[in-house]
Design a protein around this ligand. Structure first.
Ligand code: BES
Ligand code: MN
Ligand code: ZN
Length: 501
């Protein structure tokens, strides 16, 4: 979506929809508000004194303004308490504005920027653009035109009416960053929303190659034979039951050249479909397992953004792509697999496959010289039980690195919550016949899955992010349609761009 910065008297802005935000509990209108109110023959003060509009977060009210203002309609948006207003408040404001603009089929929209106090103008531009681009996302590729919910008119232009003191250059820089981040998120959403018959490992590897080409990154795709040579027995076990060939994709971004010894690794679980394998999942809801590649999608979306933001760090992304299917060639409960790093794993449930793919991906990332790593995965139903849909679970071996992920999450409005990683939990994944077993029982399932991965990241600082509950939503959220959320894309991009070794 194109945003253009203006500075005009609100009453003179000729847009289909003019948007004005109000903070809760501010009884008096500011000068801009007062002027507008006068032009609207006191409608604003009336709405507030009658208690119809209080300015609560998420509240909105449409006014028809044709005779009074240059704009056709005006939308009031509640911004909540002024002290609590932040970047996420701006994203939500932009999203509400866009949804209402679509409802009244506005072709153009103007936002009067609220008083954001100390917030940097760059941040203001970035958050507004994210709210707009993320709320405008739709996945309707497979629907006939007349059946889509696509509004007849889409908002093509947004005017941002800046406040005194907000520098145009800074706002514009933020808008560009917001655009880049949203594009990364929407790439991840598309990858998750595409059906598993279309977005299989080969198709996903092709998407990764396209991202690398567009951003000038190096890309390598390992085929099954390469994985065999490297001894990736865990990964190969999982893919064995599928007819679709597995792919292991490596993207290399060198923002710091050879000047830095530090290489951040981003590792993603990319099960393009997880049926459970021989330990088959129940039928109800199995379709959602097309989203079991959301970790890989997040890593690819983040790399697309990183390649455009150009931070001065080196990043190596490793995504493991395959299917988990039952068949005559599938791996079995009882099998013992050997990972690339030599560790042996007793399989007790073929549905605990993500940790096996990630084990070899983490070992391979280390083999490539990664010095610290974050892995992202839709790893456990247990994490959904523990944290629901509002926070991703973290397991780590390094408090500082974990805190950096938590902080990045706060900055982008996606909560991450550390789970305890006490050694005592490790007892649950000790095997009688191998180094490890791939399931640790029902208790603390998200933690034991994380600790399994720890054995493959070993010495280097590592954070595991379980996005099983946050990568997919069954109901629309502020700037999110039903389906893939693109969670973790902005977290990873933020983490990498702000990391100081
Ligand atoms: N992909 C699933 C986890 C999952 C569950 C993701 C719900 C998204 C929503 C994973 O591969 C899985 O099946 N995990 C099992 C592990 C168990 C067998 C130890 C689980 O969570 O039930
Ligand atoms: Mn599974
Ligand atoms: Zn899975």
């Amino acid at each position: 979506m194109k945003s253009q910065i203006i500075m005009e008297k609100p009453a003179a802005i000729a847009a289909d929809l003019l948007v004005l935000g109000f903070f809760q509990g501010t009884s008096a209108l500011d000068t801009e508000g007062q002027t507008l109110d006068r032009q609207l023959k006191g409608q604003l003060t009336e709405l507030m004194s009658e208690g119809i509009f209080k300015g609560k977060a998420g509240e909105h009210f449409m006014i028809h303004t044709r005779e009074y203002l240059a704009a056709k309609r005006m939308l009031l948006i509640g911004l909540g308490k002024k002290e609590a207003f932040d970047g996420e408040g701006l994203r939500k404001m932009a999203a509400v504005a866009l949804r209402q603009a679509e409802k009244v089929r506005a072709n153009s929209m103007a936002l009067i920027l609220p008083d954001t106090g100390q917030m940097a103008a760059e941040m203001v531009g970035q958050c507004l653009q994210e709210g707009l681009d993320l709320a405008a996302y739709r996945f309707e590729r497979y629907k006939k035109q007349e059946e889509t919910e696509q509004p007849l008119v889409t908002v093509s232009d947004v005017l941002l009416n800046r406040r005194k003191g907000m520098k145009v250059k800074e706002l514009e820089k933020g808008i560009e960053t917001g655009r880049i981040l949203s594009k990364g998120v929407n790439i991840a959403r598309d990858l998750v929303n595409e059906p598993p018959n279309v977005m299989d490992p080969t198709a996903m590897a092709e998407e990764a190659i396209a991202i690398a080409r567009e951003t000038g990154m190096a890309v390598t795709v390992l085929e099954q034979e390469d994985m065999e040579k490297l001894g990736m027995g865990c990964f190969l076990g999982v893919t064995a039951g599928s007819r679709r060939p597995p792919k292991l994709v490596v993207l290399t971004y060198k923002g710091a050249g050879d000047a830095s010894k530090e290489v951040i690794g981003l590792v993603g679980k990319g099960l393009t479909f997880d049926s459970g394998g021989i330990s088959l999942k129940p039928g109800a809801g199995m379709d959602e397992m097309k989203g079991d590649m959301a970790g890989a999608a997040a890593v690819l979306g983040a790399m697309a953004a990183i390649g455009r933001l150009k931070p001065t760090v080196n990043v190596t992304a490793v995504v493991g792509l395959c299917e988990n299917m039952p068949s005559g060639s599938a791996y079995r409960p009882g099998d013992i697999l050997t990972a690339m790093n030599g560790k042996t794993v007793e399989i007790l449930n073929t549905d605990a496959e993500g940790r096996l793919v990630l084990a070899d991906c983490l070992a391979y990332a280390r083999h490539l010289g990664v010095t610290r790593v974050v892995d992202v995965a839709t790893l456990t139903g247990a994490c959904v039980i523990a944290l629901g849909n509002h926070a991703s679970g973290l397991i780590s071996n390094d408090d500082g690195w974990q805190q950096a992920v938590v902080d990045a999450g706060k900055a982008v409005g996606e909560a991450c919550w550390p789970l305890p990683a006490f050694d005592a939990y490790g007892e649950q994944i000790k095997s009688d016949v191998a180094d490890l077993k791939n399931v640790g029982g029902r208790e603390a399932g998200a933690i034991t899955a994380g600790l399994f991965l720890k054995a493959f990241a070993n010495e280097i600082p590592w954070v595991h992010m379980d996005i099983a509950g946050t990568s997919y939503t069954k109901k629309p959220l502020a700037y999110q349609q039903k389906g893939g959320t693109g969670v973790a894309v902005r977290i990873l991009a933020q983490l990498v761009s702000h990391w100081k070794p």
